[in-house]
Ligand binder design. Structure first.
Ligand code: NCD
Length: 313
């Protein structure tokens, strides 16, 4: 894995995912110490390149890099030459000349992390590209389910909401299927991509049917910033039909857990109490996110680059 990019879960196999999750479990221990730091990446430079807003992903990558003793540089486009219209690839080349050991990229357009990876010597980690993939989110979700349920194989996972705009949903579909779970998606027909069943999932427009027998209910944020036109008549109607509260959660298995990648539109896709309390595991997801990103940084940037150029995952 050393020296490779992490662009999507689609490129990983089950063995890769298991290795990352095992490494992340070890990293959790570092976060419980009084001094939350190990020297693993001392002298390495990690660049956080976020062209889109982010709270938990950019912060957790920054904390992850720092807990491994790397120097972490946050590059925000507004204060960089991007605002002087420098192209993304010129920016990437400039960064490359500074010899980073890993570059983390978030961008609103699918495929940008790959284009940057093609120009860079350092490994590139996709932190979310358009509606394409968000691999570290899916990995931290798999880690959270593994902790809560002790397995992923044979579980039934329902992903509910704005699937069509969601890179989190796509990455999780690939991840849970590769790990042996059954995956269903549910939402209004306008939010379910036409060809989603070709990925190997079953699509529902009824929440109760999608939740029947589910071990894991993953709610997605309504991506108000990506809605070109209105995909549902009103927020109130959406909440009434697809918003999750304790009453609708009864459709799922009694011991089902509730997940959300954040940020939550409270009272829209998820009721206030479910956003805060069990069986919701939202804060476990955040905590695991730091350990998981430490694992990815360690596996990708923890050794000197062997050759000129490395492959993609
Ligand atoms: C997600 C994202 O940006 O794709 N958030 C995150 O990374 N935790 C989900 C979202 O914005 O809805």
């Amino acid at each position: 894995m050393i020296g490779r990019d992490l662009l999507g879960i689609e490129d990983l196999d089950r063995g890769d995912i298991e290795r990352i999750l095992e490494t992340a479990e070890h990293m959790l221990e570092v976060g419980r110490r009084e001094v939350k730091k190990v020297p693993t990446l001392r002298g390495r430079t990690i660049v956080n390149l976020f062209f889109e807003p982010s709270t938990r992903t950019s912060t957790s990558f920054e904390i992850a890099g720092k807990r491994l003793s790397a120097d972490v540089v946050n590059f925000s486009p507004a204060s960089s030459s991007i605002s002087k219209h420098e192209s993304i690839l010129d920016t990437a080349r400039t960064l490359d000349a500074m010899d980073p050991d890993a570059v983390i990229v978030r961008h609103g357009v699918a495929g940008v992390p790959k284009r940057i990876a093609d120009r860079l010597k350092a490994p590139v980690i996709n932190a979310g590209d358009g509606a394409h993939e968000h691999p570290t989110q899916a990995l931290l979700d798999l880690m959270t389910v593994m902790q809560a349920k002790g397995r992923i194989d044979g579980l039934s996972v329902a992903i509910v909401g704005d699937v069509v705009h969601s890179r989190v949903a796509r990455s999780n579909i690939f991840g849970f299927l590769k790990m042996g779970a059954e995956v269903r998606v549910a939402g209004p027909p306008t939010m379910i991509p036409a060809a989603v069943e070709t990925l190997g999932v079953k699509a529902y427009t009824s929440l109760s049917e999608a939740l029947a027998g589910a071990d894991v209910v993953m709610m997605l944020r309504i991506q108000l910033e990506r809605l070109a036109g209105s995909l549902f008549p009103s927020v109130r109607e959406y909440t009434a039909t697809f918003g999750l509260d304790r009453e609708k959660l009864r459709y799922a298995r009694e011991d089902a857990i509730v997940m959300h990648p954040g940020p939550v539109n409270r009272g829209v896709e998820l009721s206030h109490d479910l956003a805060d309390e069990r069986p919701s595991v939202i804060l476990d997801q955040v905590r695991n996110g730091v350990a998981l990103r430490m694992a990815v940084l360690y596996l990708l940037a923890g050794q000197p680059l062997a050759g000129e150029r490395r492959g993609s995952w």
